[in-house]
Design a protein around this ligand. Sequence first.
Ligand SMILES: [Zn+2]
Length: 281
Amino acid sequence: MSTEIKKLYINRGHSNTDPGAVGYIKERTGNVKVGDYMEAYLLENYVVQIRSNPGTLSSLSAIARDANNWGADLFVSIHFNAGKGDGYESLVYGKSRYALGKCFEKYILAVGQNSRGVKYRPDLGVLRLTNMPAILGEMAFVDNYKDIQDWNEDFEFKKLGIAYAKAAAEWLGLPKKEKAPAKKPAATTSAKYKVGKNYTLQTRLKVRTGAGTNYAQKKVKNLTSGGKKAAVWKGSNDGAVFEKGTVVTALQVETLSNGNIWIKVPSGWVCAKEGKEIYIK
Ligand SMILES: [Zn+2]
């Protein structure tokens, strides 16, 4: 048994002809993106076999039959919710699958999404008709802007997909792939950012007086008028923080000795890359 490669079935909810719930995003778009990122991360990092619903199976019994016939060890269905709630949900068949629901919830909480908990849904076809442990994840509510705004961009779908990949890996006990030692980062990483080009903040960022965290944070009153508009807090003596999504123009790019990259924008300096984290792209 232990030498057999584990089999994971990934069902990106709904189908090529059924968009699922429609709100600020189409549910199917998110389901496919999260599923694709989940699959890519697993194949890159773990020894596992993956089969996916190609998007042409729309009947729940046909999907369950496909997973059963293949002999999957775990069935994962990816969805986004509707009904104006707020947060993630792990849907499982019943009490015996509580731990499965908690395992996936743990990784979703770790990327910053709140959870409404593990819920028992024996009425759902893919949970009822599959022979193996099965989970259906509702990532966020497509019709609640407060919820979906944090989970509607490509890099956010990626966070959810990787969270689900790690959960599946833990649940199945997947062996890690042997990897070649990582290459040293090229010295020319600052070339990624070009003076005069526009970039978008992927997260909220403090605006500082120089390139590095040892420089003071600016106050809102010291920002340009455009900078004031992008500031999260508006009081003139508040610390300057740019909102996520702010578009900035690079006037100067500096790579520090620790490899972190800072960009000068009209209002001051913001951190573009810290370690492996990309804050601006
Ligand atoms: Zn759905």
